[in-house]
Design a protein around this ligand. Structure first.
Ligand SMILES: *Cc1c(COP(=O)(O)O)cnc(C)c1O
Length: 362
């Protein structure tokens, strides 16, 4: 038996054991080629099959309409923070943001380097413990687009529903919740996500974008930073992160085998309920950070009575085989990341550990 940790890492994060085992089996000799994926040309028909196959599965599982392009890029979601305004923020227009927390803030700051920006709504006064009400979103008249962070990985908040922006393009950073639940992709002009939380390993960034938005990028932009370059070349303009794309393909097949994205949502609800119940039924021993209505299915943030107890919790959890429960340094406390690949058993074990810990240190 392989000894697998109860892995609650925030990212890179757990991958399904089945996916790792398949990758292991195919590692040295992929599909009878006598080579690993990492050793073959990205222009070979074998790799083209991997690239196209991952794209097709993503389209199928996420219900991506035909007028959208799917790109596999590098540089992480953080590069998209800059590429989006470089490509889509035209002079005289403003990039609007729903300011929900740490990642929204980073995206906003990067856009500010490029052009005019606006905060359309913020929950900063509440330390980002909630997603602002959709009715509080105020778009500037000259909005080029509205950017939202569908799941704030650090604060542990998640949009329950998405805003209607009419003619204004809606852009979603779904790095930490892509494919965790069904999404009406047609509401968005663009969705992007670093793969290393919900969709595979680090090294590849998924971009889903409506084709009319990326037909022509500003002429002055460097080739690699233009969406039209990657659209025209089917994400193969330069050497892609081939092994990462391959693993994303395996992960997508795993999601499909589990019943698809709706089944993933139910699975994620069932497993996070165990941990939220452990918080809510602790009589105040554990305190959830996020407002109940904004709770994330992907990152569960909570606090104990003192920092000393929180330290003790992390230490003891590690002795019991749990990994990654320390909260992000910027907000403190504790965080359990429960992405698609995190097994039900890990969440059950954590809920039980939380109960035991409270009894022992009550
Ligand atoms: C992790 C994360 C990012 C940054 O992703 P990189 O791939 O490391 O650049 C951006 N947005 C959100 C919501 C994240 O969780």
């Amino acid at each position: 038996m392989t000894n697998r940790a109860y892995n609650f890492n925030a990212g890179p994060a757990a991958l399904p054991l089945e996916v790792l085992q398949q990758a292991q089996q195919e590692f040295i000799d992929y599909a009878g080629t006598g080579m690993s994926i990492m050793e073959m040309s990205h222009r070979s028909s074998v790799f083209e099959g991997v690239n196209d196959g991952a794209q097709a599965l993503l389209r199928e599982l996420f219900g991506i309409p035909s007028q959208y392009k799917v790109l596999f890029l590098q540089g992480g979601a953080s590069t998209q923070f800059a590429m989006i305004p470089m490509n889509l923020l035209t002079p005289g227009k403003s990039a609007a943001f729903v300011h929900t927390g740490s990642w929204a803030e980073k995206a906003y700051k990067e856009a500010k380097l490029i052009g005019e920006t606006a905060i359309a709504a913020t929950s900063e006064a509440d330390k980002f413990n909630r997603i602002p009400a959709l009715s509080d979103i105020r778009l500037p008249d000259n909005a080029a687009y509205l950017h939202i962070t569908s799941n704030e990985t650090i604060e542990g908040t998640q949009f329950a529903a998405y805003p209607d922006t009419g003619d204004v393009t809606l852009i979603g950073d779904m790095s930490s919740d892509i494919l965790s639940r069904p999404v009406d992709v047609g509401k968005f002009g663009m969705i992007y996500a670093g793969a290393q939380k919900n969709l595979g390993p680090s090294g590849v960034t998924i971009v889903i974008v409506r084709e009319d938005l990326v037909e022509s990028s500003p002429k002055s932009l460097p080739t690699m930073l233009r969406y039209d370059t990657h659209v025209k070349n089917n994400s193969l303009y330069n050497t892609p992160p081939s092994f990462s794309v391959y693993l994303v393909g395996l992960m997508l097949q795993w999601i499909k085998d589990k019943g698809g994205v709706a089944a993933m949502e139910q699975f994620n609800r069932d497993k996070t309920k165990l941990i939220y119940d452990a918080i809510d039924q602790s009589g105040g021993y554990y305190r959830g950070f996020a407002d109940t209505a904004s709770r994330s299915l992907m990152n569960i943030t909570f606090r104990l009575g003192s920092e000393a107890l929180e330290k003790q919790f992390v230490k003891e959890s590690e002795q019991h085989g749990f990994v990654g429960l320390k909260g992000h340094r910027s907000v403190g406390g504790l965080r359990a990341s429960t992405y698609n690949a995190v097994p039900f058993e890990s969440c059950k074990a954590l809920a039980e550990f939380m109960g035991d810990f409270a009894k022992r240190n009550g």
